[in-house]
Every structure is written in C-alpha cells, then in structure tokens.
Design a protein around this ligand. Sequence first.
Ligand SMILES: [Zn+2]
Ligand SMILES: [Zn+2]
Length: 157
Amino acid sequence: MALSYEKIVDLLKEKNYRLTDIRLAIIKILTTNEHLTLAEIVEQLEKEFKNVNLMSVYNTIDLLLREHIVFTNTFDGKQIWYDLAQNPSVHMICDACKNVVHITDSEILQKIDLINLSEGMKKMAWEPIHFKIEGHGLCSNCLNSGEGHNHFDDDLD
Ligand SMILES: [Zn+2]
Ligand SMILES: [Zn+2]
C-alpha cells in the first residue's frame, strides 16, 4: 500500500527536512491523485498559491524521489508521471487511447507472482527491493468501440 500523507510528513520530519507550505501541498496532491505529470502538479498548486515557484516544485519532487517516496513512470517513453511508491507498482496502459489505469485492488495485486522474479534476481546475486509492472493492451472502451482494431490497422499502412 502507498504511504499516507501523515506518514510521509513524519518520515520527512525525522530526516529534518523543512516542510514548507508548497512541500506539504505537493505531498497532499500526490496522496490524493494517481500518476500526475509535472504540469498537472503545477496546475493544482496554482489553485492554492498565487505564485508557484517551479524551482521549489522541482526540488520537492527530487527530494521525494531521493527518499523513495515517489516513483517515476514513462508510459510513452516521453512524458514522466509521478506516483507514490508502492510495491508492487502496477499499471495497465491502453495502446490505442493511451489511457493509464493504476491497479490498487489488493486482491489482484496479491495474485501477481513476483516470487520467480525475486528468485531470479537472487540467483544473480542481487537483492530485490521493489517491482514496477506495466501491462499493455486494449482497454474495454476501445474494444467496445472497435478503436483498438483501427489503431493496429493504421500502424500497418
Ligand atoms: Zn499510477
Ligand atoms: Zn483505450
């Protein structure tokens, strides 16, 4: 399960990080949304703050990455999305409409077999720490509208 807002604040306090209003606001945004881009984080901050200092947004994200509180994802190889760290971190990505769904259902997560991968890593003398999994395919909307098929036809031209 992902860390709660209170837990993240405690972790940062323990490490003597300064918790400015903007830092707290960013943590709040990350704990109440899924996979946000930097632009989306700034957009939400602008509802609360008159002048959002981009440098302090970058610094906060850097700090959260360094403390392993936040993970990055690049579903399309270009844009970066930020999510709270979760183990495993599991996403489904529709190859047609690019819709991204974050799987948090514990019943589904429990069924994901990470034991083989863990053991494979250990065999190579590594220590497994966390797992990020991406399932690519076609979402139910695209399948129902026939979009998915068109998408692949386009690719063949
Ligand atoms: Zn996500
Ligand atoms: Zn789709």
